[in-house]
Structures are given as structure tokens and as C-alpha cells.
Design a protein around this ligand. Sequence first.
Ligand code: PMT
Length: 396
Amino acid sequence: MVKDRTILLCVSGGIAAYKACALTSKLVQAGANVRVAMTKSAEQFVGQATFQALSRNPVYTDVFEEHDPTKIAHIDVVDSSDLIVVAPATANTIAKLANGIADDFMTTSILAAKCPVIISPAMNVNMLEHPATQRNIETLKSYGYQLIEPGVGNLACGWIGGGRLPEPEDLVRIIESQFFPKLYLGKDVLITAGPTVERIDPVRYLSNDSSGKMGVALAEVARDMGARVTLVHGPLQVPVPEGVTAVPVKSSEEMLREVTSRFEASDLVVKSAAVADYRPKTVHSEKHKKVHGPLTIELEETTDILKSLGEKKTHQVLVGFAAETERLEEHATAKLKRKNVDYLVANDVSGSDVGFGADDNEVVLFHADGTTHRLPKQSKKQLAFELLTHFKEAVR
Ligand code: PMT
């Protein structure tokens, strides 16, 4: 998403300036054109030469240092940027930006900027919590700047609390999200993820290998594409993305209830959860005692949530997944019809490098109008973007 984008990275004088080096490197590796502006105090922590080598661009520090007489550097640099990122943003820089003070290259440039601005505060917890800093942060939000919540943990000054600059890979994710096309602005997207858990007794259950990665990737990308996202999920092996409404469930019965009650208000429903088809007919309230010889557990069918939604759907675009180990196309197209869905995403889950638990997936997308798209092996996040772009064609 950042490929060929021009990003002005503004580094102010805090110990977290060292993380801005890794951030520069990661953005450049992802194909971004990164230009760095530093305050004088940032130079106390990291030298210009480091950023110049990592970004392969000149570093801006002095507003009067004009390399090209045909341009005014601090105006030209922002006019030609797609995004400005201030990381780390110290209390002093935040105060200056909130009050329109322009006394160095960085603050002068930001005051002249028309492109989006992301501010990532990093400082001592007491400085962060001071009413002056909090007021300045609110002022920056009112200008339309995006403020990144500082992390909580051990601070360089010895205090423990809020004020940490997020890790460079998290900042890259936030920066990337700026560049997603906002195809789902104002839309409500409901996604299910992970396995369900069907109890046998208080200590045993039936479940499956779903990690939730596919559903979480869909939720994250739908959010970045502008949707209001609700994620109804079983136990996950990955965290729920920020800004997504999480509804944790355990059993298929709970998932049925939570999904059905939100169905009417949804524009798009994507059922990537691996829901149990069967559950124990009897759930023992006490731990089931070992029996000598074979034990038979009688199973009963669960409600097919996707099929029940397919019977009720009105304006919603409904998407099912199909986990297959053989005759993918035949089984998938049968499910598409039987469950009355608009799209069916079929994945072959017989290998270990795609499907359950893997970071990548490879699918065939079947549309109810008969068209088919083969989406090759790629990260679940990239795939989520491709899938959501397809689904948008049907969402009104
Ligand atoms: O979570 P990951 O580790 O990232 O793995 C991703 C995945 C492999 C789980 C995912 O890509 C996937 O294939 N999800 C669907 C798994 C599944 O349950 O497939 P199925 O063919 O058994 O079910 C077909 C569809 O009916 C699914 O959309 C399922 O959510 C739905 N269903 C099934 C049974 C049931 N009782 N209710 C349902 O709604």
C-alpha cells in the first residue's frame, strides 16, 4: 500500500528517535519514497547520516538551507508528500504544532501541509498526562490530525506507564492503512472468525484448528477500507485489530445468536469462522469419568448459521467460506447454491502452508452469477484486500 508513496517522516528529539530509523528502513523496503525532517534536538539522538543512508534522500534540518534556488524546500517537501508522519512527537513539538508555532524546518513544513498528518507521541508518562499536553493533543485532533495512542510499558526514563512509541512494524501498519481505498465508508461489515468450541464436559470439548487469522485479516482490512466492523469470533490465536468491535463467543449456538441479532443492520456478512457441524448431544455438568473400553459420544447437528442467514437475507451481501480437502469446485458450488450466498470463498485445507493456521491462503472465489476468480497464494491480509474489493461490487 505504501509503494511509490512519498512520506515525510518528521523526527523530534526523544530517545524513541532510534525507532524512527527502523521505521524509515521498513517503509523504504516496502517501496515508499521517504524523506526525513529532523529537529535540532533529534540530532542529539540520531545523526543525519543514518536517515540519509536509510532513506537515500537528503535530510531536512534547517529552514534556511535551500539546495535548489527554484524551490522553497519546506513548502515543496509537503506539497509533494502523500502523508506526513511525526514519530516520535515530543511534548514540545506537539505544543508547537497545536499553537501554530513554526520555528524550524519541521514545524514550518507541517504548518504549510495540505496532506494527511499522523502524530505519534512519545515521552515520559507524566509529561504525557500533563493537562497541557492532553489539551494540545485534543487541539491537534481538532485540526484533523490522526493521533496514535502511545504504548504502555517500561519507559527509557525508568517510569512505567504510557508514552512509548509503538514498534516500527505497528507504525508501518498504521501508515499503510492510510492508503487503502475507502470503498466501505459508512458500511456495516460483520465478519466471523476462528473455531467454535462445543463442550463435552467442564474440561473437554470438540473444536478445530482455525486460528482466526483469515477472519481477523478481513476485519482489519475492512476497517482500513472505511467500514464499521464487528467481529464475532471464537477463541483466536491473533489479537483483535483496534477499531473493530469484538464479540467473543465459544459455541456455535452463541455464534448463531450474536450473528443473527446483527444481521439486519449489516451491509456485508463474511462467514470465515470454522463452525462445528456437530456438537455433543449431552453436555455433562461434571467431568466425565473414564470408562473401561470404548466410549461413544452421541453428536447432534448444529444449526447451519450461514444457511439460516441465506434464507433471511434481504439487502445484505452474504459470503461463505468452504474448507475442502477434495473436489473443491464441485463442493463449493453446491454450498453456494444450498446456502443461498452471493459469494463463496473456497480454500483447499489439505496442505499446511495455506488454510488452517497458516499466514497465507490461496482460494477460488465463486460468485452467484457463475463467474469464478482464482486468487493465488498470498498473505491473508493481501487476500482479504482482494476479496473485499470483489465483494464491494455487490454492496450497495
Ligand atoms: O482461521 P484460520 O486459521 O485463518 O483458517 C481459515 C479457515 C481455513 C478456517 C477459513 O479460510 C475457512 O475456510 N473458513 C470456513 C471453514 C468452514 O467451516 O468451512 P465449511 O465448508 O465447513 O462451512 C461452509 C460455510 O458454512 C462456512 O462459511 C461456515 O462458517 C458456515 N457454517 C458451517 C457450519 C455451521 N454450523 N454454520 C455455518 O455458518
